[in-house]
Design a protein around this ligand. Structure first.
Ligand SMILES: [Zn+2]
Ligand SMILES: [Zn+2]
Length: 186
């Protein structure tokens, strides 16, 4: 039961990761009204901006009792705690992974998929690919796109993508290209 409760907590965050990003992050009616929406708009426009870690830590600390108490009262404290730790653990994993996507190249098929999935959202269409850790909810809601190549605006290019001359590193050329700013091209 404890393991199932922890898995249910993970699944709950996975779903909320999609919902919060899609609606609080990108629905015009909600963006300006939520803290996530404001922070997320800045993340998109600056590329390397992330909400400060203290906000995320505070969120995690507040969430644990908020979930543990009602679930624990209803189903027992072991289950309540396992559920909330699964939830918060996966939330923090998501925060960590999201930052890694932006600041490191990563290795292996999952790292490659997660980056192309997320940067398609950033640079091609913010209306698709809202999930960060998995494609499940994008698939469920019909917003999943498997991009072939990402065209990254020069100004927002991730550091790991470019060599010292500012060109895309050889190992990423199949997956990424630079979109030069018009001013420079002229
Ligand atoms: Zn991002
Ligand atoms: Zn977004």
């Amino acid at each position: 039961m404890i393991a199932i409760a922890a898995l249910a907590g993970i699944a709950t965050w996975s779903f909320l990761e999609y919902v919060i990003h899609r609606w609080a992050g990108h629905d015009r009616r909600l963006v300006k009204r939520t803290m996530f929406g404001v922070e997320h708009t800045r993340h998109h426009s600056e590329g390397d901006y992330f909400a400060p870690n203290w906000k995320k830590a505070l969120m995690a600390i507040v969430i644990v009792p908020l979930i543990t108490v009602p679930v624990g009262a209803l189903l027992g404290w072991g289950i309540g705690l396992a559920y909330s730790l699964g939830f918060v653990g996966f939330y923090l994993t998501y925060e960590w992974l999201h930052r890694r996507l932006h600041v490191t190249a990563g290795t292996g098929p999952y790292a490659k998929w997660a980056r192309m999935h997320h940067f398609h959202h950033h640079f091609h269409s913010p209306a698709v690919n809202h999930g960060v850790t998995s494609p499940i909810w994008d698939w469920v809601f019909g917003t999943l796109v498997w991009p072939e190549q990402i065209r990254v605006p020069e100004r927002l290019a991730m550091r790991w993508l470019r060599d010292d001359e500012g060109e895309i590193r050889a190992e990423h050329r199949e997956d990424y290209a630079l979109r030069r700013s018009k001013r420079k091209a002229a």
